[in-house]
Every structure is written in structure tokens, then in C-alpha cells.
Ligand binder design. Structure first.
Ligand code: AMP
Length: 143
């Protein structure tokens, strides 16, 4: 399955937050959108970084007064990204190896979507279900 197919099945765009927004703004947006990470971007197109709930927890642990600080102070700047013609299998390997749950998708350097580990699991379950149905067919009807 191609990454483009996953993006097509998702509604809405990508939630981004400017680097200068505060961590309080970030927490509010994550809660509002029911998501675990946001792409940090000055204009919604270029990727400056990525910031997840995990970064917020880590920052809070070091400094309970972190909420007024800017998002760029806790974001990950070296972002692993994917392209729409890449595969979900590749993403799954990347997420497993690197232990992160979000990968922004770029086309010609412009942000066009994000794939979460939940999206990957959904695709994989669909594939396994199709395989199971084909095998059941083969067993019961002889192919
Ligand atoms: P997550 O599992 O997505 O909540 O992220 C765990 C950690 O990895 C956090 O420090 C994130 O900032 C970072 N992270 C998440 N996604 C990516 C990515 N695609 N590339 C690089 N770092 C990431």
C-alpha cells in the first residue's frame, strides 16, 4: 500500500503550529484535535520540526514552568519524512526502528500530510484480514 492511498483515506489536512507559539498553545491544540503530535511550521508548508506529547512530558519533568516557553525549544528539528509514493511497509519499519509514531509526508519539499502509527496499524489489519479471507476461500472452496 502506498502512502498516497493512506492520505487519500484521511479527512482534513495536517495540523501545524508555528515555532514561536507557546507550549501552552501546543497543549491546547493537541487536546482540541485529539492528536499526539504536530508539525512545527512557519507557514503550513515548510517543516521546521516535529513536536509530540512525549516532548511535552519530557520538558515538564525538567521544568514545571515550561508552558510559556516557545515550541521550538522542545521540538525535534531533524525530522524523518516520507514521500507519497513510498510504502506503508517502509513507514512501519522506520517507526519501529526509530521509535516514533508520526511521519510527515512531503511532496517537492511541501508538507502534504502526516501518517501516524494508528494509520499504519489500520492498513496492516486490513491487509491481514484480506489475506485471511483469501486463505479461507482457498481452504473451503479449493481456490
Ligand atoms: P512520537 O512517538 O511521535 O510521540 O515521538 C517520540 C519522539 O520522536 C519525540 O521526541 C518526537 O519529537 C520525535 N519524533 C516524532 N516523529 C518524528 C519524526 N518523523 N522524525 C523525527 N523525530 C520524530
Amino acid at each position: 500500500v502506498k502512502i498516497a492511498q493512506v492520505l487519500a483515506s484521511k479527512s482534513g489536512g495536517v495540523a501545524t503550529i508555528p515555532p514561536s507559539a507557546t507550549i501552552a498553545d501546543l497543549v491546547d491544540a493537541l487536546g482540541h484535535h485529539h492528536i499526539g503530535a504536530m508539525v512545527v511550521s512557519p507557514d503550513g508548508r515548510a517543516v521546521s520540526g516535529i513536536v509530540s506529547e512525549r516532548d511535552v512530558v519530557r520538558a515538564l519533568r525538567m521544568d514545571p514552568d515550561v508552558l510559556s516557553r516557545p515550541v521550538h525549544s522542545i521540538m525535534t528539528s531533524e525530522v524523518h519524512t516520507a514521500e507519497p509514493d513510498g510504502t506503508v511497509d517502509e513507514l512501519m519499519a522506520l517507526m519501529t526502528e526509530r521509535r516514533f509514531r508520526h511521519v510527515p509526508v512531503l511532496e517537492d519539499g511541501v508538507l502534504i500530510g502526516i501518517v501516524s502509527i494508528g494509520d499504519v496499524v489500520k492498513v496492516r489489519l486490513g491487509e491481514l484480514e484480506d489475506e485471511r479471507a483469501a486463505l479461507m476461500d482457498y481452504i473451503t472452496k479449493g481456490g
